[in-house]
Each structure stands twice: as structure tokens, then as C-alpha cells.
Ligand binder design. Structure first.
Ligand SMILES: [Zn+2]
Length: 226
């Protein structure tokens, strides 16, 4: 049996984080827990949490740490994640969220935090050609469009270029990400959980590096009971 894993994946926009999270969740047979996907689902099905999130977004406010952690806490309490683990995508973003996550997992720990590293110049190019489904958030690009006429393969929604995907705006977002994430990366380094992964090259090559990092880490430690 493939052992499960408790994994956090970090990476700036355009680093291929979503793609790698899906691949790693298949490899280790654990759910891909994406805060973006979960938020969209909560809003769409008008749960109490979704309504609170929507009210914040409508006012142009950021979703609070508490709301995100409440959602993540519920999800990692489910039987599938309890039994085998998860690939967590989009959280934590701050040290306070990381601390909260560690508390939620007690007495267990994360196995590893992977940081996908891709040079900014490369990410800029990727993001400028990116196209996104307005309904489910699925990613496409000019080079790999949906099968039919910018209609989402997954949900049939409209696939568009986001208005804020101009080069200047992208550059500003990337700089902001680096500033905000640097303390989080240091925090995970201090806790001996962080491994940087070279995120350039084919998706297959990146997945192989991620899997190897996780397997290597495990073979150097007593196996986690899952
Ligand atoms: Zn879609």
C-alpha cells in the first residue's frame, strides 16, 4: 500500500502549484485540499461559512485567518484526511495560520512543506498566457486551451484572461507574495519541515523531484503511522 502523506505545498502564482498538488494527491492517494476550491464551493452552495466569506469578498475585504482555518479545520477532520493525510494548497499563508495548522494536527505533524521555486521571469511569461474558468477556477493557457472555444472542459464555464493578469500587476503580486511568504518559509525552515524544489522543467520532472524529496525524508525518519 502507498503510504499517505501530510503535505503543504507553497509556491508563487504561476509556479505550477495547483498542477503539482493534483499530481501529488494522486501519487500518495490523499485528498487535494485547496482553500481556493473549498471557498468557491462554500460560496456556491451558500453554506453559513460561504455566506460569511461572500460578504467579506463583496466588501473587498480579505478572507480572515480565522475563516480560512475554520474551513481547513473542518476538512482535515474528515475521515479520509484523518486516515491518509492531505496535500494542502493555499494555506497556510501566514505564521499565525501555520501555528494554527500545527495545533489542529496535534499530536501528529506535517511530513513536509515543499516550496516550488521558479524564476520570476519564467512565471511572468506563464501568467501572461494564462486563462481561467470564471466558474470553477480551472487553469488553461494560450498554448493549452480548452477543447472547445474557451468553454471549460471541467464545468462548461467561460474561460477568460483575468483583468489583473497584466505584466505590471503580475509583477506587483509576485513581489507581494515574496514579502509575505518569506517569514513563513523561515518559520518552516526553523521547524525543519521545508524543502525547496526546483519547479522548472516539465510537470513530470517536477513531480518526480517532489516525490523523491518526500520519499527521502521518510526513509530518514521513522515512518508516520497512517
Ligand atoms: Zn470550469
Amino acid at each position: 500500500m502507498v503510504p499517505g502523506v501530510r503535505l503543504v505545498v507553497l509556491g508563487k502564482q504561476g509556479a505550477g502549484k495547483g498542477t503539482q498538488c493534483v499530481r501529488l494527491s494522486h501519487h500518495f492517494v490523499v485528498p487535494h485540499v485547496s482553500t481556493g476550491d473549498m471557498l468557491r464551493a462554500e460560496v456556491k452552495s451558500r453554506t453559513p461559512l460561504g455566506q460569511r466569506a461572500k460578504a467579506l469578498m463583496d466588501q473587498g475585504e480579505l478572507i480572515s485567518d480565522d475563516l480560512v482555518m475554520e474551513m481547513v479545520g473542518q476538512r482535515i477532520d474528515d475521515s479520509d484526511t484523518q486516515a491518509r493525510g492531505f496535500v494542502l494548497d493555499g494555506c497556510p499563508r501566514t505564521i499565525s495560520q501555520a501555528q494554527h495548522l500545527a495545533d489542529l494536527l496535534e499530536p501528529d505533524h506535517l511530513d513536509l512543506v515543499l516550496d516550488l521555486e521558479v524564476p520570476t521571469t519564467m512565471v511572468l511569461k506563464r501568467l501572461a498566457s494564462r486563462r481561467v474558468c470564471v466558474d470553477c477556477g480551472a487553469n488553461y493557457s494560450v498554448a493549452s486551451p480548452p477543447l472547445t472555444n474557451w468553454t471549460c472542459d471541467v464545468c462548461g464555464g467561460e474561460v477568460i484572461q483575468r483583468e489583473d493578469d497584466t505584466e505590471d500587476a503580475i509583477r506587483r503580486r509576485l513581489e507581494l507574495y515574496d514579502r509575505q511568504t518569506a517569514p513563513l518559509i523561515e518559520w518552516y525552515q526553523r521547524h525543519d519541515l521545508l524543502i525547496s524544489i526546483n519547479g522548472t522543467g516539465s510537470p513530470d520532472a517536477v513531480t518526480r523531484r517532489c516525490v523523491k524529496a518526500i520519499d527521502d525524508r521518510r526513509s530518514n525518519r521513522s515512518p508516520v503511522e497512517v
